[in-house]
Design a protein around this ligand. Structure first.
Ligand code: SAM
Ligand code: SF4
Length: 326
């Protein structure tokens, strides 16, 4: 099993399949964004190889993300490959849901069991403003298809002050009354490309807790407060699903971090909010054998930083969220 120098078991790899996206969420990237040419991204064969090597090192969970991972033509095949890889026990997908209505059933058949859909509001006009041109109805169709295909659903909403921090939060949480889903509210994180905006408009877990309690009554703590992934879970009395808070800024969960991230062009990012990266491409494209790549992965795991440096005002600057994948 892979352990870092702080004795954390690192067994979860999030793989960005592309830096490109079909939306331009205001907190994530500028409207005029340029994306990497296809040949700079890891090929499907390179990804197959790396998934096998990470599994052999002891990684057990893979999440495909982006940019927008549903833009990658081979997404269904990649999920199938990961599902057939010995050692990989869990596969997840994080998507904006725009293309999910056609993909949910094939993804389920390929071995996907759960999907995280990013959805910040149920108001069509506000959705368009946040994403700059997205159509809410497309995401709702994707959500419906995911539920019909038998995928476990988690909704992720990034909350911005004065934008979607009141009635939108209440409306999204309403899903949990009769659906067995998690609806999770995420604090905005600062990245160099947009740090001022992201910091000023962050809304804390405490504020959202108060908004939800005013609407639905006291929230019951689930699992005695033990984190589910990154989320602290609560339940509205009698509800089928859970509300989650992901609060990396106000309540960092670095001590429990179990993940590395692989960018679409093949850099291992050791902490979401630190710029430390290990480039695997020279090895992959320079003819290195499996043993050499495996050794590099083990070193990277060992070198994972303890945690982020937001309290010391260290803000990641080399890439934005869409180039890492969340
Ligand atoms: N395009 C896919 C999606 O939107 O789900 C996957 C990539 S996206 C970068 C992954 C997640 O990061 C989304 O839930 C998005 O809302 C979130 N995100 C983007 N920028 C963020 C920021 N500055 N702070 C917190 N979350 C952010
Ligand atoms: Fe695209 Fe996801 Fe970023 Fe929105 S959050 S712009 S959907 S990568």
């Amino acid at each position: 099993m892979p352990f870092d120098r702080y004795n954390r078991n690192i067994d979860y790899l999030r793989i960005s399949l592309t830096d490109a996206c079909n939306l331009r969420c205001v907190y994530c990237m500028p409207e005029k964004m340029t994306f990497r040419p296809r040949e700079e991204l890891l090929s499907d064969d390179e990804l197959h190889r790396l998934i096998g090597l990470f599994a052999a090192v002891g990684f057990r969970k893979i999440r495909f993300t982006g940019g927008e991972p549903t833009l990658r033509p081979a997404l269904v095949d990649l999920v199938g490959h990961a599902a057939r890889t010995p050692g990989i026990e869990t596969i997840g997908l994080t998507t904006n849901g725009i293309l999910l209505d056609e993909l949910a059933a094939p993804l389920r058949a390929a071995g996907l069991r759960s999907v995280n859909i990013s959805l910040d509001t149920l108001d069509p006009e506000k959705f368009r403003q946040i994403t700059r041109w997205g159509k809410l109805e497309r995401v709702l169709a994707g959500l419906d298809a995911a539920a019909r295909a038998g995928l476990r659903v988690k909704l992720n909403a990034v909350v911005s002050r004065g934008n979607n921090d009141r009635e939108d939060v209440v409306a999204l949480a309403r899903y949990t009354l009769d659906q067995p889903w998690q609806v999770r509210f995420i604090e905005q994180m600062p990245f160099g490309n947009n740090a001022g905006f992201q910091t000023q408009s962050m809304v804390t877990e405490e504020e959202l807790h108060a908004v939800l309690t005013a609407a639905y009554g006291p929230l019951e703590l689930v699992n005695h407060g033990r984190l589910d992934g990154e989320a602290r879970l609560y339940r509205i009395a009698g509800a089928a699903g859970c509300i989650g808070f992901i609060s990396p800024v106000s309540k960092p969960f670095c001590a429990d971090c179990n993940r590395l991230r692989l960018t679409a062009e093949g850099l291992l990012r050791l902490c979401l909010l630190r710029d430390t990266e290990v480039d695997l491409r020279p090895l992959l494209r320079g003819g290195a054998d499996d043993a050499a790549i495996t050794a590099r992965i083990r070193e990277a795991v060992f070198d994972k930083p303890w945690g982020h440096g937001l309290e010391q005002h260290l803000i990641p600057s080399t890439r934005g969220m869409s180039e890492i994948g969340g």
